[in-house]
Write a protein that binds this ligand. Structure first.
Ligand code: CA
Length: 223
């Protein structure tokens, strides 16, 4: 897995690079927008991490230029800004997700894994975990042979779990992915929804799949 990090702050760039290399990724670093576009267009990266505030060409312009060059690598924007307008602007020019600075490395890693997985999966391919099966095109879910009837939010929550199996998901990560980028006092809502989901996914089965990680969040796993 080959990742490009476009970041002008040396400290941040090497923090990300060392972390990702420690997880087995191969990492290239570009220090400005122009060289980011150049490298990103030349190599077929599995993911591009793009800072927004960059010399020579800002991150949004760089994403635009990459997409104009038909680069389809998923792009995760790193931004110090977190206003809705900035996030929407980033997504509008063709980035796939964003992360607000400062961030915990675990959070970055979860996003990276999710995007890399999404990028390498055939678009629309079914996702399976244990005896769960999810069809991202039809928005349908089955456990074994029985279809599970989910609301839109329950579905989004389960999809997030299934795209990140055996990974502890913090409430912050869940809030940002499933609840449209805002996360004030979401803890209770998340707990409530996870309980709804559990009733539908696990209640009638001896083997439980959604587990609580005390004080941290939740994990989808088989035991
Ligand atoms: Ca910067």
């Amino acid at each position: 897995m080959h990742i490009l990090v476009v970041e002008d702050e040396q400290k941040v760039a090497s923090f990300i690079q060392r972390g990702l290399e420690g997880e087995g990724f191969t990492v290239d670093v570009a220090n400005d927008g122009e060289s980011g576009v150049e490298l990103g267009s030349k190599n077929n990266y599995d993911l591009i991490l793009m800072d927004i505030m960059l010399p020579k060409m800002d991150g949004l312009e760089a994403v635009k230029a990459l997409r104009a060059n038909d680069v389809t690598s998923p792009v995760l924007c790193l931004t110090a800004k977190d206003t809705v307008e900035d996030i929407v602007a980033g997504l509008d020019v063709g980035s796939d997700d964003y992360l607000t600075k400062p961030f915990a490395f675990a959070e970055l890693l979860a996003r990276v894994r999710s995007l890399v997985r999404r990028g390498t999966q055939e678009r629309g391919a079914e996702i399976t975990y244990a005896d769960l099966r999810l069809d991202p095109v039809a928005h349908k879910v089955w456990r074994g042979d029985s279809e599970i009837d989910l609301t839109a939010k329950e579905y989004a929550l389960l999809e997030f779990f299934m795209r990140n199996p055996e990974t502890t998901l913090t409430r912050t990560m869940i809030a940002e992915h499933v609840w449209d980028y805002t996360f004030d006092s979401f803890t209770n809502i998340i707990d409530v929804y996870v309980n709804y989901l559990r009733k539908k996914v696990d209640r009638d089965h001896a083997k439980k799949l959604i587990h609580t990680v005390r004080g941290i969040g939740y994990v989808l796993k088989e035991d």
